[in-house]
Design a protein around this ligand. Structure first.
Ligand SMILES: [Zn+2]
Length: 246
């Protein structure tokens, strides 16, 4: 009872639509973008056009979507915080430099939250984010989380290699942001039981895979689905992916 009153009061104070108390059916789209470029290679599915990206974000903004921090997303799935109107998690993988030059200004324009999953061995190398850029975006509301040290398929590595791929990346992110990452995106979306056990042992709350479905409160937290937004997707496809996952 106390919990309900507190939630109602919080909703009132924050003017959040009180969908939270009815959040029996939590469904949240988690979008996954890679490179966002002014001149994408038409044959590369993972290079998305900046013009299309701007249209996508304008659509989410105009249609009342609430972009989430990754902790908010996790807490919504666990039903420990109220669910805002049309929640959505935006994620970006591989820490390519376009995140800073192309994506981040658009996110700032709409005051949107997002998560960047970084490959730590690539930080401060050509075509990738620098440590300083990561610090800047992190200090402005972008979550920085783990995409391993080198982006090898975790299922092809032995236990010690898997452990280092995750643990060394944890340390590097911690050194840059001063915050310990607790969410991991599996390279290529692939993982196995040993990967999950390593994540749990290191205090990770969740792991993200790739799938064409919305995430729900009943999903396995170490196999959360993300929806890839791909080069060649029409605007209708984008809207459909946001609303039903494919
Ligand atoms: Zn990746």
């Amino acid at each position: 009872m106390k919990k309900f009153l507190l939630m109602a009061l919080t909703c009132l104070l924050l003017s959040i639509p009180c969908a939270a108390k009815a959040a029996t059916n939590v469904k949240v789209p988690v979008l996954l973008y890679h490179v966002v470029s002014t001149n994408p290679d038409p044959s590369n599915l993972y290079q998305y056009n900046l013009t299309e990206f701007k249209k996508d974000m304008a659509y989410l903004n105009a249609n009342g979507y609430t972009t989430l921090s990754i902790d908010q997303y996790y807490n919504i799935l666990n039903k420990t915080i109220p669910m805002p109107n049309k929640p959505i998690l935006l994620t970006f993988d591989d820490c390519t430099e376009d995140f800073y030059t192309n994506v981040y200004p658009v996110l700032r324009q709409y005051n949107m939250k997002a998560t960047e999953f970084v490959i730590t061995d690539f930080i401060d190398t050509s075509w990738h984010l620098t440590s300083n850029e990561i610090k800047t975006v992190f200090n402005n509301g972008i979550d920085i989380e783990n995409h391993t040290t080198h982006h090898l398929d975790l299922t092809t590595l032995n236990y010690n290699q898997k452990f280092s791929a995750i643990n060394d990346a944890t340390a590097k992110i911690q050194a840059i942001t001063k915050k310990t990452p607790v969410y991991c995106a599996y390279p290529y979306g692939t993982y196995d039981a040993a990967t999950v056990s390593i994540l749990k042992n290191l205090g990770y709350k969740a792991g993200f895979s790739v799938s064409n479905t919305l995430s729900t409160d009943s999903d396995n937290k170490y196999g959360l689905p993300r929806i890839c937004i791909l080069n060649g997707d029409s605007f209708d496809t984008f809207k459909s992916k946001v609303s039903i996952g494919h």
